[in-house]
Design a protein. Structure first.
Length: 163
């Protein structure tokens, strides 16, 4: 199964592709979609959604795992990310690709076993789980690969307990 992980953001949206056979992870590719702050927000969101669709098609993704919106006090920065998530989900729906949203807590727990893990701990575990020589860069790409691992481990756990 080819899983596309997405770490949504308006300036930088990370993406990662992992092949998972039910037990083993094989990293396929990863990267970041960048948009410029001076561009119209509508164009930026459209570009991200369309580029993610191209990545999904290029690698033959069968499912998308995306980090859901998270904010504590700064709702102003959360709104553009929520728009990116919505546009991306719309694009994936057009492609008939299921999208699974996970909270940052769920992703950290799935990857490290600790919901309050630091960013570097998550990145280090992504490197270990995917047998990479170094931590994927930029950070948003590593986060997207963590989203892939989260989906796969959740799927694997559900299979083990019969859900």
């Amino acid at each position: 199964m080819i899983v596309l992980g997405v770490d949504p953001g308006l300036a930088d949206t990370g993406w990662g592709v992992v092949d998972f056979d039910g037990q083993h992870y094989r990293p396929v590719s990863f990267g970041v979609i960048k948009t410029e702050a001076g561009e119209d927000m509508q164009k930026r969101i459209y570009t991200i959604a369309m580029d993610l669709g191209e990545v999904a098609a290029r690698y033959g993704a069968s499912v998308v795992s995306m980090e859901d919106i998270f904010f504590t006090k700064n709702i102003t920065s959360a709104i553009p990310v929520a728009k990116v998530i919505g546009a991306s989900c719309f694009r994936f729906a057009q492609m008939d690709l299921p999208v699974h949203l996970f909270s940052p807590l769920q992703v950290k727990t799935a990857v490290t076993g600790m919901g309050r893990a630091e960013k570097i701990q998550v990145q280090e575990m992504v490197k270990v789980i995917l047998h990479l020589k170094s931590i994927p860069r930029p950070d948003h790409a590593a986060d997207a690969l963590a989203d892939c691992i989260c989906y796969c481990s959740t799927l694997s756990l559900k299979g083990k307990i019969g859900l």
